[in-house]
Design a protein around this ligand. Structure first.
Ligand code: FAD
Ligand code: FES
Ligand code: FES
Length: 471
């Protein structure tokens, strides 16, 4: 791919390093910014959090990411901000100062990550609310403070700056005024214009990297030996639009982009609650939909969502475009209908009408930042009490994310009654074959999926379905 060019803080970088070189390694070993820390190297702790800014439709957009799972080829033409890049010329910036005042840094190993996650909050939170500040730090772990001092610092910051927020002004220049960002941020858009970007072409022998949040956990070293391409460099793979009564998503659309999309929020009011259960901010900012589908984990949350939405994939390859329903995509553990040269270009599903409801349930050992023991989604269309159409999916109960075809068929044309739901749950049990593993025994997962299936109906139809009628 030739030389990779990007900015770290004020400095322009031009490197011959392999595009799969992990950004964290480059920052520490080549650029010598040692504030960015290495701990888990698996996206779990947030010690390596940095900001990455890129120009999208002429505007610069920053997000917090885990630099330990991000390859440098992906940041071609972008701006990386480490904790050194938010320092003031003298003294501490307001976030650092608040951490000091509250004793929110003890050994200090996690602190740069927290500072940058809170900087991400200042850049992206619409309201600068305290809850948004907490959400922004949901991927950062601290072993020393017990979090109360960090929460106090976040509370004071949101309280102090919310009244000063002028909503229609350019947020970045406001943050420069408040000294949360240093003045050099004003020059970054022009500097990025001078850096070239590449175009994605996937061939037989190249590995396509989306967000890298699965690939770089599984085989970061192997990727240093492979030819790679980066789907984030192709803006045609990242979009959300309404078209012909469908919602269409680009394959590289991230979980954060879905979460922040006004289009999706309009039809899925519980979206924030559902996506809070998927990884953390620094992972959601990178994790793509197509990556989730192709990783083919039996408990992939996005795959479970999309199966219940009866989604269709548009796949691009050397023989042109083809469509396939997601229900027919998987055929076995990590086996699916995708050739080596093919890319998932789009994912689409029907826009739900006012009689259509969606529900998602997930249980994991930890509520947040954990993968599911079992997960399930339901989309149901009703007329009064009668079910016109149902699509149910289940994860953690089969070698791949499962569309529960018999259960979905059974529900069609039935009334929403506890008797029918109990009969449907019996059918559901015949469609699954969970295995014992670290996330639970097979009997536990089978029971869990049944209870989560009932939970969909209790949540959607609280007047019609009561927990006590289902036991
Ligand atoms: C700390 C942590 C927590 C996580 N928590 C969750 C969780 O709660 N729920 C969950 O479901 N997942 C979770 N994940 C897994 C991961 O974030 C998701 O599966 C994510 O959606 C993967 O997307 P990606 O873009 O990062 O994929 P990548 O790692 O870039 O790619 C994965 C696979 O998809 C292929 N691919 C990528 N884009 C395309 C495309 N457009 N067309 C064809 N193939 C493509 C790649 O070649 C690769 O084979 C977690 C991961 C981490 C590190
Ligand atoms: S080192 Fe732990 S998230 Fe990157
Ligand atoms: S201050 Fe030590 S890990 Fe957070």
């Amino acid at each position: 791919m030739g030389k990779i060019k990007f900015l770290i803080n004020h400095s322009e970088i031009e490197t011959d390093a392999h595009p799969s070189t992990v950004l964290l390694d480059f920052i520490r070993k080549e650029a010598h910014f040692h504030g960015t820390k290495e701990v888990c190297k698996e996206g779990d702790c947030g010690a390596c959090t940095v900001l990455v800014g890129e120009k999208i439709n002429g505007e610069i957009k920053y997000h917090s990411i885990a630099s330990c799972l991000t390859p440098i080829g992906d940041i071609q033409g972008k701006h990386v901000v480490t904790v050194e890049g938010v320092n003031k010329a003298e003294g501490l910036n307001p976030i650092q100062d608040e951490f000091l005042k509250e004793g929110a840094s003890q050994c200090g190993f996690c602190t740069p990550g927290f500072i940058l996650s809170l900087t991400n909050f200042f850049i992206n939170s619409p309201e600068l609310s305290y809850q948004d500040a907490l959400d922004a730090m949901d991927g950062n772990i601290c072993r020393c403070t017990g979090y109360m001092s960090i929460k106090r610092a976040a509370k004071h910051l949101s309280k102090k700056y919310l009244p000063l927020l002028q909503k229609n002004n350019n947020r970045l220049s406001q943050l420069v005024e408040w000294e949360i960002l240093p003045p050099y941020f004003n020059d970054i858009p022009a500097k990025l214009d001078a850096l070239s970007t590449t175009k994605v072409t996937k061939e037989q022998d190249t590995t396509l990297i989306g967000g890298g949040t699965d690939l770089f956990v599984q085989r970061a070293d192997d990727l240093l030996e492979e030819k790679v391409v980066f789907s984030s460099q192709d803006k045609n793979l990242s979009f959300i639009k309404e078209e012909n009564n469908k919602i269409v998503l680009g394959g590289n659309t991230t979980v954060t982009e879905i979460r922040e999309s006004a289009i999706i929020q309009k039809y899925f009011p519980d979206l924030k609650k559902h996506t809070d259960l998927i990884s953390s901010t620094i992972i959601r900012n990178r994790a793509s939909i197509a990556g989730n589908l192709v990783n083919a984990s039996p408990i992939g949350d996005i795959s479970i969502f999309l199966l219940a939405l009866n989604a269709e994939l548009t796949i691009d390859g050397k023989n042109g475009l083809r469509n396939i329903n997601l229900k027919n995509f998987y055929s076995g553990y990590k086996t699916f209908d995708l050739q080596k040269d093919e890319v998932i270009k789009e994912i689409s599903f029907e826009i739900p009408d006012k009689n259509t409801y969606f529900s998602f349930e997930k249980v994991s050992k930890r509520t947040y930042l954990d993968i599911a023991s079992a997960n399930t989604a339901l989309q149901i269309k009703i007329n009064g009490k009668n079910i016109i159409q149902a699509h149910v999916s289940g994860g953690g109960v089969w070698p791949y994310p499962l569309y529960l075809a018999k259960t979905s068929d059974f529900l069609k044309d039935k009334a929403v009654t506890s008797q029918n739901l109990k009969a449907a749950a019996d059918i559901l049990q015949t469609e699954i074959a969970p295995i014992d593993d670290v996330r639970g025994k097979k009997e536990y997962k089978a029971l869990l999926l049944k209870q989560l299936f009932f939970a969909h109906f209790i949540n959607i139809f609280p007047q019609m379905i009561k927990m006590e009628d289902l036991v």
